[in-house]
Design a binder for this molecule. Structure first.
Ligand SMILES: NC(=O)c1ccc[n+]([C@@H]2O[C@H](COP(=O)([O-])OP(=O)(O)OC[C@H]3O[C@@H](n4cnc5c(N)ncnc54)[C@H](O)[C@@H]3O)[C@@H](O)[C@H]2O)c1
Length: 276
């Protein structure tokens, strides 16, 4: 087990039960980290679906971290709002004295439509959350880590869509490819401060977000959801879709001392379906 004793980790978009963010919080806490669980909370009426982490869900995730024996606070954070990002980092410092790890997990993957039918506003929304939000949170967290002078870790939850095209998901795919470019540039600038910046690229994980995609693409293929998932499994060398724990384990490794010399990488966690 990679140990993170004494470290403080802020995870964005972590307020959904069963989401990747929750699994990441629990995994980092199991390694000894104290956790700042953040998500939209009740603060923002959200786009076309109610698919957001509420204040109650955020508190519940923080409660599960505490029940597992670590310390946690829940803080509302819309990643598109730089002032909220600054306030969340300050809350981490006020509560735990420092910030060592940022996991940029918040993302929108449920706005799916053919490119020629996608309104520009949808495109902008996805890019704003999935890419600009990562830039803003990285910027303010890195400022704090640089002030502390003891290095740090930034891990960006990208996707298989950071490496390959996906139909009906142009904005999502572009945002995740962009995330890899941001990861590499940030790694170059923050390396001299002892801060590593890496991305993790999961394939399909059946969380809330994954479930929406399953329903959409099963319908598009004239399949039931179980048939769609069976076809998907056949294409994956490890013959199963991803589990939240697969991604969480990779994040814990990248946050550990063992990964101190790994930066600017976009690591596939895909059961072999993505290999470049
Ligand atoms: N589930 C998958 O198959 C899969 C695969 C590859 C990558 N990912 C990525 O993993 C991450 C988590 O995905 P998930 O499956 O757990 O999805 P999810 O929908 O369960 O979680 C995403 C979270 O992001 C939050 N969010 C949305 N907009 C936000 C904003 N402006 N500010 C703060 N939080 C915001 C939502 O409230 C939600 O809690 C996403 O970045 C996603 O793109 C997921």
């Amino acid at each position: 087990m990679h140990r993170l004793d004494g470290k403080v980790a802020l995870v964005t978009g972590a307020g959904r039960s069963g989401g990747l963010g929750e699994a990441i919080c629990l995994r980092l806490a199991a390694a000894g980290a104290r956790i700042v669980v953040t998500d939209l909370g009740a603060g923002r009426a959200m786009m076309e679906t109610g698919h957001i982490g509420t204040t109650g869900e955020m508190e519940a995730v923080a409660g599960r971290v505490r029940a597992a024996g670590s310390e946690a606070i829940a803080v509302p954070l819309d990643v598109c709002d730089e002032a909220q990002a600054e306030a969340a980092v300050q809350r981490a410092v006020d509560a735990f004295g420092r910030l060592d790890i940022l996991v940029n997990n918040a993302g929108i993957g449920y706005l799916i439509s053919p490119l020629v039918e996608t309104p520009a506003e949808r495109w902008r929304t996805v890019l704003e959350v999935n890419l600009t939000g990562v830039f803003l949170c990285t910027k303010v967290a890195a400022q704090q880590m640089i002030r502390q002078g003891q290095g740090g870790r930034v891990v960006n939850i990208a996707s298989q869509a950071a490496k390959s095209g996906h139909r009906h998901m142009a904005a999502y795919t572009a945002s995740k490819h962009g995330m890899v470019g941001l990861t590499r540039s940030a790694a170059m600038e923050l390396g001299p401060h002892g801060i590593t910046v890496n991305a993790v690229c999961p394939n399909h994980v059946t969380t809330g977000l994954g479930a929406v995609q399953n329903e959409y693409f099963a319908k598009l293929n004239n399949q039931t959801v179980p048939e769609y998932l069976a076809t998907m499994r056949e294409r994956i060398p490890m013959r199963r879709v991803g589990l939240p724990a697969d991604t969480a384990g990779a994040v814990a490794f990248l946050c550990s001392d063992e990964a101190a010399y790994i930066t600017g990488e976009a690591m596939n966690v895909s059961g072999g379906v993505e290999m470049h």
